[in-house]
Design a protein. Sequence first.
Length: 107
Amino acid sequence: MPLYEIETNAHIMIGWADDQDAAVALAKENYPDDEVLRTTVRPRDVWVISKALLGVQGTSEPSDIARDCLARARGDKLHAIRLFMQDTGSDLHEAQRAIETNMSLGW
């Protein structure tokens, strides 16, 4: 079963479907108000996100401070960013990158 990338006006979804029609149906089932803009069969059975595109440089190890802030904020990203700024003295951009990177690493 191929892996499809389905882009709507509000989301990008990745999912397995038998064919393109089934991929569109999957999107409509989960987000009925979204307009499907395109569907693409992924060339491999994996989904890859470019670290350079996200602005992550070098190896990204989980940050204990960012994870602690996420835990204290109970997963609320905005609150975790505020806590990170308070705990480390970072600016907004730096704190946002730290929190979002740790969220993407499987917090």
